[in-house]
Each structure stands twice: as structure tokens, then as C-alpha cells.
Design a protein around this ligand. Structure first.
Ligand code: AMP
Ligand code: MG
Length: 412
């Protein structure tokens, strides 16, 4: 085997990760973070039995035979409290969310009634006891754990936190991340156009991949293929929780990243993975920093991020769901697979009836960033796989941007 398998390399990386402690932040900033504390309800919600409808609260026994005429004894608004007891032949006009008055055991919605006068209503439909009543505490009960530590904060969770009046919440700290590109051939975004240079795409693609996880990385710029300059730049990077170094991890004579990292005390755990693209992928541990050496080819860089760094950062963030969601799709074109490495094929997804189709985005060279820019997923070809024919079922990891679709998906 030419390096570790992807799974072995993931084990090394994820086995080295840990959560970095917790911090208290305002509720307004919690989306995408992970709870570091159990959250308990501080009240019953709803605080009493309330009406689920705009309608009338009455005794169900009084409307066993319909139509039935009832006397309206009061109006109860949401936020108001009942002042009277509903007796035989009586009802109260009630709004959604308003407390159920004493004596009443059911609510009938206004659509099933007919106003006769200001104080009399005709009930047209018989209802069972507890009809259209929301039970006290059906949403949450005082003291009950409603969200547990480790929960990823989605909009629904933010709503729950507001419902228990948590203005600030304890969440796991996010890692600081630095990105360093290396290579004498690179031209930075601010440099004047030079036809002989290659624009530094990796710093920015990696930046965006990190940002997609809610972390704002620091771009350290470009290190030259010169051990002294590289050492200074790497030393800067080693002040962050995570350092991503792009380029220079291979075995070329100017690939100084690995020896320089080792010289700086970084313990390298691996530097080759049997995958395509992404073969010269390295991982090491420094006292303060997890270091990823990422191959310079732009697609390799992005794929290595997907397979190792994304899951690692999600782990540090405190997520339990650290891997990309996978789907099964039908391949639309033949795929050649000659390598004994796991291959990640850039694909677009489409729907045909019930079938999800995966179509390669074009030439799969590891420098062809366009085909990554178009990709909605990475189709996984196992190392042991032979060529795969069109029509076969394949596994696809969904990338950022694959969450929504053009069609609504149904006629509803
Ligand atoms: P390396 O891993 O340093 O051997 O680089 C492999 C290939 O990726 C070379 O063709 C580089 O020019 C290219 N490359 C390296 N770093 C970057 C970068 N930051 N942005 C775009 N291309 C890069
Ligand atoms: Mg290089």
C-alpha cells in the first residue's frame, strides 16, 4: 500500500483531536456552535392548559348532541386570564394560546360554530374531552433537560434557548486556524500579474472551506521554497490551534515542509495517504498545534480538506456528526480506475424520477480546479475497485452547496 489508507489516516487525525474547552456567548451568536452544557426548562411550557384554536371553550358533554346553543360568558385573549367558571350550557370565547377556563374540558374551533347573537353561539360539531387543548407542559416541564451538551445549535435550538430565556449560553470554543501556502511559483492576490506565476488559489479555497465551518481563519501568506523563510512562517503558524500548510509536502528537492516542521519539533504521524487526488498528505502534532501538510495541487488540497481537516475541525468544534452526508447515486458515465488508491471523483447530481444521478464534472486532473468548482459531491471509488460502468450504484459525499435543489421535489 502506497501510504496509509484513507480510513487509517482519518483514525490518526481524529484520534488526536479534542475539544478545546468552553466559553459563554450571547444567544444571538450561537448558530452553528455546540452546547457545552445541559439546558433545563425553567418553567412549564405552556404554563397551563391552553387553547390550540381560536374558538369556544365549553363542557364537551354540552355538545354531545349538535347543533347545541351555548351562552358566551366572557372573552379570553392570549395573555389574558379567565375570570369565570364555565358552567352547564355556557362557553367562553377563547383565542389560540389563551388559558382554558375552569369548568371547560374542550375547545371547538370557530369554523365549526355559528354566531347567533353577541352572547349566544351555535355549536355544529360534537367534540371529545380535551379537544384542541394543548396540555400544560407539553412542550417542556420545569427542570427537565430539554437540550443536552453536545447538541449542534440550529435555528430550532436557538428558538428553544430563547424559550428557556437563555440570553447567554456555554458553547465549545472554536479553534484558531492559520493557513500558509508555500512555493516560489506562487503569486499572491495583491501581486502584479506575472504570466510565469501561478495564483495562490489554495489559501483562498482553504479559507472558504474553513469559513463554511463557521471559523474565520488567518491567512499567513506565501512562504518561499527556502528553509529559512519557511521556518519563520511555520513558526508563526505554530501559534494557532490548527495550521494548514499547502504545498511542499511531496518528495521534490524543494519540498522542505516536512523536514522543517520536524526541525521545529512537530511530530509527524504520516505524510502519505493512498488516495487520488491527495497522495502527499501529511499530519503532525506540535505542543500547541495540529499541523496538516496539504498537497499543492488545488483539487488535492480541497479533497484533503474534505476527508481529513473538515472532520477534524468539526471534532474540535464539538460536533458528533463530523463526516459529510453520503448518498447512493447512479453513475451516468464509465469511470476508469487503475490505481490501488481510493479515488474521489468530482460529480454533479441530478434527479430522474426517483433516481439520483451522479455525473463526473469532467477531466479529473488534480490541478483542474474548475471541475471542483462545479462539483456537488465527491464520488468514492474504493482502492480495490475495478473500472465502474455507467448505471452502477455509487456512494457520493455531498459537498457544501448540495443542500438545496432547483426543483421543489414534489407537487404539494
Ligand atoms: P507542490 O505540492 O508544492 O509540489 O505543488 C504541486 C502543484 O500545485 C504545483 O503545480 C504547484 O504550482 C501547485 N500549487 C502549489 N501551491 C498552490 C497554491 N497555493 N495555489 C495554487 N496552486 C498551487
Ligand atoms: Mg511546491
Amino acid at each position: 500500500m502506497d501510504g496509509l489508507t484513507v480510513a487509517q489516516a482519518q483514525d490518526y487525525v481524529l484520534g488526536a483531536m479534542q475539544i478545546l474547552g468552553a466559553e459563554s456567548i450571547p444567544l444571538q451568536k450561537t448558530l452553528g456552535r455546540v452546547l457545552a452544557e445541559d439546558i433545563r426548562a425553567n418553567r412549564d411550557q405552556p404554563p397551563y392548559d391552553v387553547s390550540a384554536m381560536d374558538g369556544f371553550a365549553m363542557r364537551s358533554i354540552d355538545v354531545a348532541n349538535v347543533p347545541a346553543t351555548l351562552e358566551i360568558i366572557e372573552d379570553i385573549k392570549a395573555g389574558g386570564m379567565p375570570g369565570k367558571i364555565v358552567g352547564a350550557g355556557q362557553c367562553a370565547r377563547i383565542m389560540t394560546g389563551a388559558p382554558l377556563p375552569q369548568g371547560a374540558d374542550a375547545v371547538i374551533r370557530v369554523e365549526d360554530t355559528q354566531a347567533l347573537t353577541e352572547t349566544r353561539v351555535q355549536i355544529n360539531v360534537a367534540v371529545k374531552p380535551r379537544n384542541d387543548i394543548r396540555d400544560r407542559g407539553e412542550n417542556m416541564k420545569t427542570g427537565e433537560v430539554v437540550l443536552s451538551a453536545g447538541t449542534e445549535i440550529t435555528p430550532g435550538v436557538v428558538g428553544m434557548l430563547a424559550m428557556v430565556k437563555r440570553a447567554s449560553v456555554l458553547v465549545y470554543r472554536r479553534p484558531t486556524v492559520a493557513i500558509l501556502s508555500t512555493g516560489d511559483e506562487l503569486e499572491s492576490l495583491d501581486d502584479p500579474f506575472d504570466p510565469n506565476k501561478i495564483p495562490d488559489a489554495n489559501s483562498y479555497a482553504l479559507m472558504a472551506q474553513v469559513q463554511a465551518l463557521g471559523i474565520e481563519p488567518v491567512l499567513l501568506g506565501i512562504a518561499r521554497d527556502d528553509p529559512d523563510h519557511l521556518r519563520i512562517m511555520l513558526q508563526r503558524g505554530l501559534q494557532y490551534d490548527v495550521l494548514l500548510v499547502s504545498g511542499g509536502t511531496s518528495v521534490g528537492v524543494h519540498d522542505y515542509v516536512r523536514p522543517t516542521l520536524e526541525e521545529l519539533g512537530v511530530k509527524m504521524l504520516f505524510w502519505r495517504v493512498a488516495m487520488k487526488p491527495g497522495h502527499p498528505m501529511a499530519f503532525g502534532i506540535a505542543p500547541l498545534t495540529w499541523v496538516f501538510g496539504i498537497p499543492g495541487n488545488p483539487v488535492s488540497s480541497m479533497v484533503c480538506f474534505e476527508e481529513f481537516i473538515g472532520p477534524a475541525l468539526r471534532c474540535i468544534n464539538g460536533y458528533s456528526r463530523i463526516y459529510r452526508r453520503t448518498v447512493t447515486a447512479t453513475l451516468t458515465r464509465d469511470i476508469k480506475h487503475r490505481h490501488s488508491r481510493t479515488e474521489f471523483v468530482r460529480v454533479m447530481l441530478s434527479r430522474e424520477g426517483d433516481a439520483l444521478l451522479a455525473t463526473p464534472t469532467g477531466d479529473q486532473g488534480s490541478g483542474i480546479l474548475r471541475s471542483m468548482a462545479m462539483a456537488e459531491g465527491l464520488m468514492i471509488v474504493q482502492a480495490s475497485s475495478k473500472d465502474i460502468e455507467a448505471g452502477r450504484k455509487v456512494v457520493v459525499q455531498l459537498l457544501d452547496g448540495a443542500n438545496c435543489q432547483v426543483e421543489s421535489g414534489g407537487d404539494w
